[in-house]
Design a binder for this molecule. Structure first.
Ligand SMILES: *[C@@H]1O[C@H](CO)[C@@H](O)[C@H](O)[C@H]1NC(C)=O
Ligand SMILES: *[C@@H]1O[C@H](CO)[C@@H](O)[C@H](O)[C@H]1NC(C)=O
Ligand SMILES: *[C@@H]1O[C@H](CO)[C@@H](O)[C@H](O)[C@H]1NC(C)=O
Ligand SMILES: *[C@@H]1O[C@H](CO)[C@@H](O)[C@H](O)[C@H]1NC(C)=O
Ligand SMILES: *[C@@H]1O[C@H](CO)[C@@H](O)[C@H](O)[C@H]1NC(C)=O
Length: 387
């Protein structure tokens, strides 16, 4: 715990009152969100934050965190077994809508309450109905993006799909192979052989305005998409049976990606650029984006803990990136000793023209769950490493 007992000076002059860290950053950031209050919604950003609270609960056994998640998730569930999530939109199939299943399975694992199993069964059934590309990949979103797979989608469905299979359907080899196959398709179409990173997505029908005529891939490497993908690989490796040939494959995808991630770490700051492909790092309009930094830091630290990555190579880059987050993206709100999280881009979508100009034009938000959640995960990993 000694590493957390530091004097933290906010990086922004206007809010520069000093805050003394009296607790680990994981708890401090979670407590800050509890103090400010969080809306009760089911979109994927919410479970992305809640997972951090689950980790803080695991680390502290303080029921403040588990009760918080349960209250938040209960508010989006109903008693109607044919539609157990409030306001479910049956007119669309979005992989984003599956992500809440991760929090539902956390609650099921903790409480064994039937309503969570009912909701999980419903989401699992939605995956069976989800439209696919000719080669078996889940479409990212229908009706909006037919035949497209985005890296983001792997994070949205695969933790839920793998964990559901592990809990309730573990002998279903078809399901395990299907989970692995989603990654195989992404690798085949989007891995950039030069950098080892992955393009944001691909269109199997190659009709999107941004699609490469041969691979179907879009032209840019977006930091958050790569971060989602790295975390998804690690999620699935927590549950996929080691005896499945996909296990070694996914582990290989992860270690190759991790090498490319440290290779692309900005030498001046220790962070990563929003648009990661050459020649864009350092160019006008591009910037070091905080959700990418938090996801990469967490993935390296978890990769070390799982024994996938050598500590001797990855610990120093991960610590450097973590320090950047403390210096630049974690600030003192000036209110009630709470922290803010800065510097996370709101969106990056392949619904537009997929150009560099598109990515750099997107707004940056404060206290965005997509960056703050993974910051909590990274803090938990670092706190474990230092324990
Ligand atoms: C919390 O701990 C339980 C029990 O060890 C584990 O199954 C679960 O995956 C952990 N949750 C997170 C988010 O790490
Ligand atoms: C349950 O949800 C289904 C699907 O939205 C709806 O058709 C049905 O009327 C609902 N039942 C109740 C009792 O509200
Ligand atoms: C096994 O998984 C496959 C692929 O997801 C699915 O179509 C099938 O319904 C599952 N089988 C059972 C018995 O749940
Ligand atoms: C600060 O905390 C106090 C006591 O919990 C609360 O009444 C007040 O609303 C908080 N201030 C803000 C701006 O959240
Ligand atoms: C792509 O979209 C962005 C705005 O999102 C715009 O600034 C840019 O001019 C567009 N480029 C092309 C080639 O259409």
């Amino acid at each position: 715990m000694k590493a957390q007992i530091v004097l933290f000076i906010a990086g922004i002059a206007s809010t520069a009152s000093a805050v003394t860290a009296v607790k680990p950053y994981s708890q401090w950031m979670a407590d800050s969100f509890i103090a400010r209050g969080v809306a009760k919604e089911k979109s994927y950003t919410f479970p992305t934050l809640y997972r951090g609270f689950e980790m803080v609960y695991n680390a502290t056994r303080n029921t403040k965190y588990s009760t918080f998640v349960q209250t938040q998730v209960d508010a989006v569930l109903t008693d109607n077994a044919t539609s157990p999530l409030i306001g479910w939109n049956f007119g669309r199939s979005h992989l984003d809508d599956i992500k809440i299943g991760s929090s539902i399975l956390d609650l099921y694992a903790r409480t064994k309450q039937a309503k969570y199993k009912t909701a999980a069964d419903f989401l699992r059934q939605r995956l069976n109905l989800h439209p696919r590309t000719a080669s078996g990949g889940f479409w990212h979103k229908i009706p909006e993006y037919p035949n497209q797979m985005w890296l983001d989608g792997l994070f949205m469905q695969s933790d839920f799909y793998a964990r559901y299979t592990s809990f309730f359907d573990s002998s279903n080899v078809t399901a395990w192979n299907d989970i692995v196959h989603q990654f195989e398709l992404i690798e085949e179409h989007t891995r950039d052989p030069e950098s080892g990173l992955l393009f944001h997505g691909y269109d199997e029908s190659k009709v999107a305005v941004w699609a490469d005529p041969v691979t179907g891939a879009c032209p840019h490497i977006w930091d958050r998409a790569v971060g989602w993908y790295a975390m998804a690989l690690l999620d699935v490796l927590d549950y996929l049976p080691k005896s499945n040939p996909g296990y070694a494959k996914l582990k290989g995808y992860f270690t190759t990606l991790a090498a490319a991630i440290i290779e692309s770490q900005d030498s001046a700051t220790g962070g990563w650029w929003l648009v990661m492909d050459e020649p864009y790092p350092g160019q006008a309009g591009n910037y070091i984006e905080s959700s990418g930094v938090s996801m990469f830091t967490y993935s390296m630290l978890k990769g070390i803990r799982k024994g996938f990555l050598p500590k001797s190579t990855y610990e120093a880059p991960a610590r450097r990136a973590y320090q950047l987050m403390l210096d630049k993206f974690v600030t003192n709100s000036g209110v009630n000793n709470t922290l803010n999280w800065e510097g996370t881009v709101e969106v990056g979508s392949l619904g537009g023209n997929g150009t560099y100009e598109y990515y750099i034009a997107q707004k940056i938000a404060q206290n965005d769950f997509k960056g703050a959640g993974p910051f909590i995960y990274a803090s938990i990993e670092l706190e474990k490493l230092d324990a």
